[in-house]
Design a protein around this ligand. Structure first.
Ligand SMILES: [Zn+2]
Length: 300
């Protein structure tokens, strides 16, 4: 079956300032890569609406959403040292949240889906934007999937940075398990092995520069620890491509082929159960494009 590629053109608008690595060209690079004619029969394109306020409030408190909304109405501004709301960024944030939620639903009907989310989401805490992230897209997708009947959700995160926001949002909820492999010590500084939540958090911190086979093996070992005696109804992947060799924001050594093999290994573990990729980081455009294509082609 074809993989649903879920998107919204407003994800292009977010602009974090001159020289910011999380730039609109990332969105264009992903679209261009997935629109190649030879992929046409493998993908079903789905344009998702922006997330409604009520949907966002399943994950983020109303006061926080009010604050972002008011900042956007004033033309934007800084939320932390590297997280800026530009004049049209709020449109992208809401579109990105809607895209993630729709992918969580499409995965259930079509078996697999990929969300072209921009800005990314895995650093966003319940009431705090950080690390280029405003709303936590993958948790919004997981909560929506749960509301539609997937009781247990596994979230895995191979972005080179720890998914601290995702961890914080799920670490007291045994219905979601979270596996993150990330460079450590590195931004944002969290993600040690002793952060276990209620036994539902599985961190795999690793230094940069190790052989790619080590990262490949250790991430899947973390996934298998999470799956030991526990069967999720859906798998969501925080798919960050800054873990590829050559990305300017990370020092991991993975190649697009590793992304392809990871995705296939996760698909194999899930059988017919839904697998949904949600875009996170990835800051060298050619690597981002290659990683996304490798991931999406192995999803179904
Ligand atoms: Zn990252």
């Amino acid at each position: 079956m074809a993989t649903a590629v879920v998107w919204n053109p407003a994800c292009r608008h977010h602009y974090g300032g001159a020289g910011h690595p999380e730039r609109p060209q990332r969105f264009e690079a992903v679209l261009e890569a997935l629109r190649r004619p030879e992929l046409a029969t493998r993908l079903t394109w789905v344009e998702a609406p922006p997330a409604a306020r009520s949907a966002i409030e399943r994950v983020h408190p109303p006061e926080y959403v009010d604050m972002l909304d008011a900042l956007a109405a004033r033309g934007g501004g800084a939320l932390d040292a590297d997280t800026f709301l530009g004049p049209r960024s709020w449109e992208s944030v809401l579109a990105s949240a809607g895209v993630a939620r729709a992918a969580g639903a499409r995965g259930q009907t079509e078996g697999s889906a990929f969300a072209i989310t921009r800005p990314p989401g895995h650093h966003a805490l319940a009431a705090r934007a950080m690390g280029f992230c405003f709303l936590n897209n993958v948790v919004l997708a997981a909560r929506h999937a749960q509301a539609l009947g997937c009781a247990r959700a596994l979230v895995v995160d191979w972005d080179v940075h720890h998914g601290n926001g995702t961890q914080a949002l799920v670490e007291r909820d045994p219905s979601i398990r979270f596996v993150s492999m990330h460079q450590y010590p590195w931004y944002p500084g969290t993600g040690t092995t002793d952060e276990r939540g209620v036994g539902n958090v599985f961190n795999v911190p690793r230094p940069g520069g190790l052989p790619r086979a080590t990262y490949f093996r250790d991430f899947l070992a973390g996934v298998d620890a999470a799956l030991d005696g526990w069967n999720p109804d859906i798998l969501l992947i925080s798919a960050g491509f800054d873990s590829l060799a050559g990305d300017p924001l990370g020092e991991f050594t993975l190649e697009p082929d590793d992304i392809s093999r990871w995705t296939a290994a996760l698909r194999e573990r899930m059988g017919k159960r839904p697998v949904v990729g949600v875009l996170e980081g990835g800051y060298r455009l050619d690597l981002l494009a290659a990683g996304v294509v490798a991931h999406v082609l192995a999803l179904s």
